[in-house]
Design a protein around this ligand. Structure first.
Ligand SMILES: CC(C)(COP(=O)(O)OP(=O)(O)OC[C@H]1O[C@@H](n2cnc3c(N)ncnc32)[C@H](O)[C@@H]1OP(=O)(O)O)[C@@H](O)C(=O)NCCC(=O)NCCS
Length: 306
């Protein structure tokens, strides 16, 4: 497992090393550049909810039009305990295994959000929706791309830091990824695992202050693609090449196996300050509409939710 998924094992190691880094932060050039990136992202990001097309505080699920991808943003704090009633036994068991409150809150907000939005689009009960997660590589049933048993709507979930995100559409496979800018994480160690040779050259040409943010942008664009296909980190991120940030997002080369089965479209999302997020769509180019979900999660009992 460890040798098959070097990025996953590296991430675990980096999390373990966080305390060491915390004790001696002034010695890391990457940490300094990450702090600069964080400050830059906070200055440049639109306040959450201010971007065009975002409906703040919505308590209904607007219909999902043909050619549209809805992207719903929630905060972990919206994952209040009343929402547990929407989860099935497997989700409930997984929620209860998280040791940290913030992990439980993110998980609950994400899964309740997925159930509420999907049920709203299908005109059914959120608590009764059934999901599968079959791995396309080994057939395992607990780590593949989550799908509705009934089909009909494609979706993808991601959660990191203060953001929880759900992408839904009727028209194409989708993958979404959000990552928090974490000044304590030594992302430079991830470069060989994340970037292709072309991308490494492009990153090296950037000023140090821009490179940490650019690296995270590369990461989210590529992980979004691998979540759209369902491969996840079973496929090495470095086998994919995307356009260099801040260029508009697009796939440049896919050397991974299995090959892509549909045209890929990438979008940079706006998660708000301190986070970077990307969306991948495999199929036709869709119109992306970002929405605030906190009102929806706060609005239980919700028509059609239980
Ligand atoms: C999918 C994956 C890249 C997500 O990583 P992450 O950045 O830590 O987490 P994110 O918050 O962005 O996404 C998590 C969500 O992705 C979804 N997800 C899980 N596996 C997925 C897959 N294979 N494809 C697409 N989406 C997946 C789930 O909804 C998950 O939410 P949950 O943990 O609340 O159930 C990573 O978990 C992965 O690669 N998993 C499968 C790896 C594996 O075990 N492969 C074995 C092959 S034999």
């Amino acid at each position: 497992m460890v040798s098959a998924f070097p990025l996953a094992s590296l991430l675990v190691r980096l999390e373990r090393e966080r305390n060491t880094v915390k004790r001696n932060p002034s010695q890391s050039r990457t940490l300094v550049s990450f702090r600069t990136a964080l400050a830059y992202s906070d200055r440049m990001a639109l306040p959450f909810g201010a971007m065009s097309g975002m409906a703040a505080g919505s308590v209904t699920v607007p219909s999902l039009r043909a050619g549209e991808c809805q992207v719903w943003w929630a905060s972990p704090a919206a994952g209040r305990s009343e929402l547990l009633a929407l989860l099935d036994a497997g989700e409930h068991a997984r929620w209860s295994r998280f040791r940290r409150d913030e992990d439980r809150a993110r998980y609950l907000a994400a899964h309740a959000l997925a159930r509420l939005v999907l049920a709203g689009h299908l005109g059914t009960s959120a608590a009764e929706l059934g999901f599968s997660a079959v791995c396309r590589h080994c057939g395992g049933t607990d780590h593949g791309k989550p799908r509705l048993l009934t089909g009909g709507i494609e979706f993808s979930l991601s959660h990191s830091g203060e953001r929880v995100v759900l992408a839904v559409t009727r028209d194409a496979a989708v993958g979404v990824d959000v990552e928090q800018l974490n000044p304590r994480r030594d992302v430079a160690a991830l470069i060989p695992e994340i970037l292709s040779a072309t991308e490494r050259r492009a990153l090296a040409a950037l000023p140090a202050a821009a490179s940490a943010l650019a690296l995270l942008r590369y990461w989210t664009r590529k992980e979004a693609l691998l979540k759209a296909t369902g491969d996840g980190l079973a496929v090495a991120l470095s086998t994919i090449t995307v356009t260099p940030p801040p260029a508009p997002p697009a796939l440049v080369a896919w050397a991974a196996a299995p090959p892509l089965e549909a045209e890929a479209h990438l979008f940079d999302l706006n998660p708000g300050p301190g986070h970077v997020a990307s969306l991948a769509v495999l199929g036709p180019r869709l119109a992306v509409v970002e929405r605030d979900a906190d009102g929806l999660l706060a609005a239980l009992p919700f028509a059609g939710s239980a």
